[in-house]
Design a protein around this ligand. Structure first.
Ligand code: PMP
Length: 334
């Protein structure tokens, strides 16, 4: 088999199926702003999110530097999507994945991780400064067991993977890009894409989109790590500056509320048939703000991080949303 070169339309296994996602023109957002708003369809990755790319890049780097050996174990602290990406890639390559996750994340992600055979360790949600925080738990497990620690927040293989795949694909697909915006968990996506786009055309504007309850807006705007408010979005928002964001070419930052994100999630579902998760809603709302600030005729790119079915029990649950004082999908009103 190995001596046969695959035809150009054939992806080689799981690894070959990660990335090369479509860049979708969002019709209503484009019409409303007079701009072209394009979303990179990361929900179409095999594991259902943008984090398949980080999982693959981190595992490939660990194999390359010799730390991850055949049959070895890789451990990571994650909001869930990185755990899914790492577990799938580990399954395909014969490694073992141990996934540490705060128990507050969506039941759908927890169920998915169990389904694909992850060794899942749920921990209570704690702030980063607490030693019980999921990131520290995963680091200690790596140290105690001599496992490889994926360390997605500070491992620069993460943003490098996005520079060479997500960023390079956007340039090849869109040609001219006037602005790029997305929210940050590790910052790997924003930093990697920003580095690729700025190297291609230094005039591109890079805007960090931040949910409420995250410190990154104030970090970029005022140089402080203050935060206020809360968000039901998962996988984004930070109380510190991960190494993946450090030194990234970011021009400015904007804040986006859950109400603004949900409006996009609901509108895209019912009017365009594109059903997305909350962080993608933040990103589309941010792209609209960036487009309005720039004026008509510009091309603004963002990331559609994962799909709505991953958060059905929250984003599409009227009881949950009403309990948080948030808007509900108009077509689901009882
Ligand atoms: N959206 C979702 C749903 C995620 O799981 C993540 C990763 N935690 C992100 C956005 C942010 O991506 P990054 O870590 O590259 O900043």
């Amino acid at each position: 088999m190995d001596s046969v070169t695959p035809a150009s339309g054939i992806a080689r296994g799981l690894l070959g199926a990660i990335g090369n996602t479509p860049l979708i023109r969002l019709e209503r957002a484009s019409a409303a702003t007079g701009c072209e708003i394009l979303g990179k369809a990361e929900f179409m990755n095999p594991g259902g999110s943008v984090k398949d790319r980080a999982g693959l890049a981190i595992i490939q780097a660990a194999i390359a530097d010799g730390s991850l050996k055949p049959g070895g174990t890789i451990v990571e602290g994650t909001a869930g999507n990185t755990g899914i990406g790492i577990t799938l890639v580990a399954n395909a390559l014969g490694f073992r994945a141990v996934i540490v996750m705060p128990e507050t994340q969506s039941q759908e992600k927890i169920d998915f991780l169990r389904m694909i055979g992850a060794d899942l360790r749920l921990v209570p949600a704690k702030p980063f400064k607490d030693p019980g925080n999921y990131v520290h738990v995963s680091r200690r497990l790596a140290e105690e067991n001599n496992w490889v620690w994926a360390n997605q927040f500070d491992n620069l293989a993460n943003r490098e993977g996005h520079r060479t795949t997500t960023g390079a694909e956007i340039i090849a697909q869109a040609g001219r890009v006037d602005a790029f915006t997305c929210a940050c968990g590790t910052g790997g996506t924003l930093a990697g894409v920003a580095m690729a786009l700025k190297a291609h055309d230094p005039r591109v504007r890079i805007t960090l989109a931040d949910p409420m309850g995250s410190a990154l807006y104030n970090w970029r705007t005022h140089g402080t790590l203050e935060m206020e408010g809360t968000s039901i979005t998962e996988g984004i928002g930070q109380s510190r500056v991960p190494a993946n964001l450090d030194g990234a070419p970011i021009d400015d930052a904007i804040q986006v509320t859950d109400e603004e994100a949900l409006e996009q999630v609901f509108d895209l579902t019912i009017h365009e048939g594109i059903c997305l998760g909350g962080s993608a809603g933040i990103n589309v709302a941010a792209a609209i703000k960036v487009a309005r600030a720039m004026g008509p005729g510009h091309r603004v790119v963002t990331i559609l991080c994962d799909g709505g079915s991953r958060y059905q029990s929250k984003l599409f649950n009227t009881e949950f949303l009403r309990g948080k004082g948030l808007p509900t999908p108009p077509w689901m009103a009882a």
